[in-house]
Design a protein around this ligand. Structure first.
Ligand code: DHB
Ligand code: MG
Length: 227
């Protein structure tokens, strides 16, 4: 069992419930297990989405009939694999990773899963790569350094069309997101991200808090109503 990013007194129970549902609804096959084991072996931080969250992203892709997906923050490609598998045969996912090492491991994991053809992995700073991408994407998953979330949101909107789904990970952070005096740059970035969404009339959004094997965190989800 993983160590939760945002633990609490009830963390063990949350993890057990996640494990129970995962086994039934989002079982990991050999390639997903390999990705997590390879990430651990090569020293990547255990910030992957959970299996149930990976499945949730996969279901969002299917619900929105997404064909072109953008992921900002690949890490070891675990979420990338979940999302790539949910795409139709002509679908593709573009994913951006800043760390050369993480990108290398992600590339191994994606190749092992037989998904190299559907995944384009860009190595570098997202703010350098995003201006080079062709719009529009149907679903955009923002899961990189939270400090830059306001910039990633700007780019997500630029690279969107009406109906594009934007999902932000780690938007609750053990509840710290509501602390207006927080000096944590991640919290500041997230608060500004949420403010921007709330003030942007082109977006319709909600937030969902989550508990589970990652502890207490959550997602912000938005849809682009108009451009
Ligand atoms: C952190 C980042 C993540 O993407 C995540 O899912 C959990 C934690 C972090 O930087 O703390
Ligand atoms: Mg995350």
């Amino acid at each position: 069992m993983r160590i939760p990013d945002y633990p609490s007194r009830d963390s063990d129970k949350w993890s057990q419930v996640d494990a129970w549902f995962s086994e039934k609804l989002a079982p990991e096959d050999a390639d997903l297990k390999y990705a997590l084991a390879n990430n651990t072996e090569q020293g990547l931080p255990t910030h992957d989405v959970s299996a149930l969250q990976g499945k949730m992203l996969a279901i969002f892709i299917q619900m929105s009939r997404a064909v072109r997906v953008l992921e900002i923050g690949t890490l070891g490609g675990y979420s990338t694999i979940w999302m790539a598998r949910a795409l139709p045969p002509h679908g593709s996912i573009t994913t951006i990773e800043f760390s050369e090492h993480h990108a290398e491991v992600a590339s191994q994991n994606i190749n092992k899963a037989g998904l190299a053809e559907r995944v384009t992995l860009h190595r570098g700073a997202a703010l350098d790569v995003l201006p080079t991408l062709h719009a529009p994407f149907d679903l955009i998953f923002i899961d990189a350094d939270k400090v830059n979330n306001p910039h990633y949101l700007d780019w997500a909107i630029k690279l969107s069309k009406q109906g594009t789904v934007i999902v932000g990970d780690n938007t609750v952070r053990g509840g710290s997101v509501i602390d207006p005096s927080s000096e944590d740059p991640n919290v500041k970035g997230l608060r500004e991200f949420v403010d921007m969404i709330s003030e942007d009339e082109r977006l319709e959004a909600t937030a969902v808090q989550t508990v589970g094997e990652k502890g207490w965190d959550g997602f912000v989800m938005a849809i682009v109503k108009a451009r």
